[in-house]
Design a binder for this molecule. Structure first.
Ligand code: NAP
Length: 330
């Protein structure tokens, strides 16, 4: 398995990680826990060392699942989790963010317990809290690092100035934000900033929540609990309009004897050596397929071809409903 370093932090992880969110929520019926434990252990056997969870996934149960599955191989894996939503201990639906220092501390303790580990390898702020100065957030994580409860600090969907201010207090190891061929706003300001500061990028939804794999088209239906029913980019019209992007990936995939999912991931890996995508899947066969992306070398000519073709496409990619979108880029 190829490995990568997340920025200048020294944190080394498999070149592709595993997003575990879908094992507990988001994409319809919740998969069986025992099966997911097998998938997680299979992922480790396949060479993955980087696992992504969050207090919010479930909530809570995804951390417990990841903790249980990875306990036997704890010393071989890097576990990333996240704080920052205002989740009550009983997990009742929440709407806001909460990065008050005492809340961060409480979440860290609870996450350590659920994950059944001594130290959180990478602790991300899931969304910026506009009511708490970022220096206070970074300062709290700095204290947790000093106490040995956290090794690395991460942020998610944060804006450039916020990242810079946080990094001045406690070095940020990785930013986890959405990045893929159909969502590229961070190319203008954020990628150059990460390069300047030596911060790694962990693109989430690197397969466009499944769309970029080519396994979804305008006739696909999602069960009622699937979050894609509420995402503007998954309306029938948007899927129809965006199909041209999948057709492009399919042409390149055929030439490279690869799958469209692998080309979508290989494109991300090619952008910067400090990028580590975390595709999510509940299937071991797809973990192996996605790992295969690390063996695909896109040439500069391939990249130019993709760029030129994408420039012609009028993508319909708006992602979240407004109340969620406004929590990004702060
Ligand atoms: N920081 C944040 O705010 C944030 C937000 C969203 C997600 N995340 C993290 O990022 C991770 C990945 O994002 P994501 O799960 O939203 O989206 P994603 O990785 O872009 O796509 C996941 C979807 O693609 C399918 N899939 C995966 N590999 C496939 C393949 N080779 N062929 C066909 N289908 C495939 C999966 O279905 P199957 O299970 O059926 O394979 C699943 O429905 C999450 O698990 C989570 O850890 C973070």
């Amino acid at each position: 398995m190829k490995t990568r370093l997340l920025g200048k932090s020294g944190l080394e992880v498999s070149a592709i990680g595993l997003g575990c969110m879908g094992m507990s929520q988001s994409y319809g019926t919740r998969p069986d826990e025992t099966e997911m434990i097998d998938v997680l252990r299979g992922a480790v056997d396949a060479g993955l060392t980087f696992f992504d969870t969050a207090e919010a996934y479930g909530p809570f149960i995804n951390e417990s699942l990841v903790g249980k599955a990875l306990a036997p191989v704890r010393d071989r894996v890097v576990i990333a989790t996240k704080f920052g939503f205002d989740i009550k201990p009983d997990g009742t639906p929440w709407s806001g963010v909460n990065s008050r220092p005492e809340h961060i501390r409480a979440v860290a303790e609870a996450s350590l317990k659920r994950l059944d580990i001594e130290t959180i390898d990478l602790f991300y702020q899931h969304r910026v809290d506009p009511n708490v100065p970022i220096e206070d957030v970074a300062g709290t994580v700095k204290d947790l690092v000093a106490e040995g409860k956290v090794k690395h600090f991460g942020m998610s969907e944060a804006g450039a100035q916020t990242i810079r201010r946080a990094h001045a207090v406690q070095p940020v190891t990785a930013l986890q934000s959405e990045y893929s061929l159909w969502w590229r706003p961070l190319e203008t300001e954020i990628l150059p900033l990460l390069e300047e500061l030596g911060i790694g990028l962990v693109p989430y939804s690197p397969l466009g929540s499944g769309f970029l794999t080519g396994s979804i088209d305008q006739s696909t239906t999602f069960v009622s609990t699937d979050m894609r029913n509420n995402m503007p980019r998954f309306t029938t019209q948007a899927r129809q309009a965006n199909q041209v992007l999948i057709d492009l990936l399919a042409v390149i995939a055929k030439r490279k004897d690869a799958t469209t999912a692998q080309i979508a991931l290989a494109w991300l890996l090619k952008q910067k050596p400090w990028i580590v995508p975390i595709p999510g899947t509940t299937k071991l066969s797809r973990i192996n397929e996605n790992i295969g992306a690390t063996e695909i070398e896109l040439s500069d000519e391939d990249l130019r071809e993709i760029e030129a073709a994408v420039a012609q496409i009028d993508l319909h990619a708006s992602r979240y409903p407004d109340h969620l979108e406004k929590l990004t880029g702060i």
